[in-house]
Design a protein around this ligand. Structure first.
Ligand SMILES: [Zn+2]
Ligand SMILES: [Zn+2]
Length: 193
């Protein structure tokens, strides 16, 4: 699986995708000679571009249940084979992508649609340079890698479906909210009426 395939899946080249690609290929390499038939599980602690590389390279997806998302906002990725006690923890070193004020300012301008063509080009150039740097950096300069004790497997719980008393749509029981004494789904609970 090459980087171009991951970039095609993701839709663009960016430092986040490069980080994910390095994580994914590292994990694939470390796990290639462990129990073939046991499925690889990835626990990702952010929802950034990097996760797309893990989905496409490692085949870990939300739908299959072997991609577990924890909303920690950290570039930390833990991989294990089901049934294995040991897990591989990969954390991005905190000095890899230092705060770049110029880059952040350009990104904000692009988002707001106020960047000039020159600024847009400057952003793209810097973005691509960062991505390339991540792809070329030695592993030990990029990551803190450790073997950790695996967490006990999460039980797959099937929740009953409740019907929202406002929109009439079904939702999973633990995600219900109470509004004016009636059980509703989250979007209805949050809707201002
Ligand atoms: Zn991206
Ligand atoms: Zn509802």
């Amino acid at each position: 699986m090459d980087f171009d395939t991951a970039a095609k899946f993701h839709g663009h080249v960016c430092p986040g995708l490069s980080i994910g690609y390095r994580v994914a290929t590292l994990a694939a390499d470390r796990f290639k000679d462990r129990s073939e038939d046991e499925e690889l599980v990835a626990v990702v602690e952010n929802r950034s571009c990097s996760v797309d590389a893990i989905q496409v390279v490692n085949g870990c997806t939300c739908g299959k249940g072997n991609l577990i998302f924890k909303d920690h906002g950290k570039h930390v990725y833990t991989f294990f084979k089901r049934g294995d006690k040991k897990a591989l923890r990969i954390a991005l070193r905190s000095d890899v992508l230092p705060q770049d004020e110029r880059h952040t300012a350009l990104f904000a301008k692009l988002r707001a649609g106020t960047a000039s063509p020159e600024e847009a080009k400057e952003f793209r150039t810097s973005h691509e340079a960062k991505s390339r740097r991540v792809l070329e950096m030695p592993e030990e300069e990029l990551f803190w890698i450790s073997e950790v004790e695996n967490e006990p497997p999460e039980k797959a719980i099937i929740y009953p479906t409740l019907i929202c008393s406002e929109c009439g749509e079904g939702f999973m029981e633990p995600l219900g909210r109470v509004k004016n004494g009636k059980i509703v789904c989250i979007p209805c609970f949050e809707a201002i009426k």
